[in-house]
Structure formats: C-alpha cells, structure tokens
Design a protein around this ligand. Structure first.
Ligand SMILES: [Zn+2]
Length: 209
C-alpha cells in the first residue's frame, strides 16, 4: 500500500498503514499479534486493505504455528536455502502440492505435523535429504556437489577466457591493419580454431579458407 494514497472517504487526507498488537488466544496461550490497518491522517477513519488483511492472517497463522511447535515460515525458507531447493523442488521431495511451500514459507498455511517432522529430519541431516531424493528419483544439490559445480564453473570460465583471448590475438595477428573490425567479428562463429574469423572481409582476404 502506498503511504501517499488520498483518502477516498474525505478526499483530503492521506491513508497510512498502522500496526496495533491484538491479543489472540489459541489453545490457552495468549499473545499480542501485530494487526495492520489503514487510517486517514485527516478524518482518522480506519479502513481495511486487502494487503493488511493478508498480513494479519499470516501473523495469526504464524502465532498458531509457534503454539503448535511447528517450524515457522522463516525457518522453512532457511531450510530450502540451506539445500538450494526451490519451492517446486520441495513439493516434489516432500509432497503437499505445487504451491504448498509458498504457503508454508509465507505463513499462509500451517504444515501438517508429519510434514513438519520430515522437514526437521532433513534439516538435521543432509544424508536424509540424499536418501529422500534417491527414493523420489530427484537430483538435488548436496554440499559436496555444490562446491564441485562451483569449481567446474570457474574452470570453464578460465577456458572460455583463454579461448577468447586466443581468438583476438590470432585475428589481430592475421589482420593487423584491420583490428577494430576483427575484434568485433571474433565474437561470431569461428570456422576453425587455427583460422581467422570468417567475416565477409576476412573471407575475401582468405578465399581458400
Ligand atoms: Zn480521510
């Protein structure tokens, strides 16, 4: 919600978001849960907003999850990040449906107790994740795979840089009087590693290539 929206009731003031804690009791536990609303700074009339309604529902769900001893949305988000899992990956691994993890992470829905137990097991042990992934036939990034892939990626980049440098050196050598054209054309397809780039002009210069 923009903080500068003009109040639709009085047409004078601007509506701003405010937050007041509200005591919510769940299973005998009472806690002050933040509740958001909009209020006009001129007529002071409180208004409801869909965004505030959503935030309020999430705040209550988060409180209920904490009373039930379930992982919070933030904790589930951290778990996914720990293993570099997307929400779609998580749904495939753990079940719950395609949008389940979006709802768990945003505290829109409380995960079941069994889902919570599974997530806690995986959080404690990467080998549990590996076993689960193997059971589901899904490839996941374990810590060792991630470090290996990073190494492979940097290795690839070194090779690419070396080849690119070679191409520029080579073309400049072959067409030393036409450098500007050839540096540009060296980014295009290369006919062969040992030959100059076949731009139109260099092709004319080397018809036999
Ligand atoms: Zn107003």
């Amino acid at each position: 919600m923009t903080h500068s929206s003009v109040c639709e009731i009085c047409g004078q003031g601007h509506i701003v978001e405010q937050c007041d804690p509200l005591d919510v009791t769940y299973k005998g536990v009472t806690s002050a849960v933040p509740q958001y609303f909009l209020v006009c700074d001129a007529c002071e009339i409180e208004q409801s907003g869909s965004e505030q309604g959503k935030k309020n529902r999430r705040a209550v769900t988060a409180f209920r999850k904490s009373v039930d001893g379930l992982l919070s949305g933030t904790e589930i988000k951290a778990l996914l990040e720990q293993y570099h899992l997307t929400q779609a990956d998580a749904a495939q691994l753990f079940g719950g449906g395609p949008v389940a993890f979006s709802k768990y992470v945003n505290d829109e829905v409380a995960q079941s107790e069994s889902m919570d137990t599974l997530l806690r097991l995986v959080r404690r042990s990467p080998s549990v994740l590996a076993e689960l992934a193997a059971m589901k036939g899904i490839s996941v990034m374990t810590a060792s795979k991630i470090s290996h892939q990073k190494k492979t990626h940097s290795e690839t980049m070194r090779i690419v840089r070396r080849r690119f440098a070679f191409k520029i050196d080579h073309v400049e050598y072959a067409n030393s009087d036409e450098r500007s054209m050839d540096i540009r054309s060296s980014r295009g397809p290369v006919a062969g590693r040992t030959r100059p780039v076949r731009s139109t002009r260099s092709f004319e210069q080397y018809p036999s290539s």
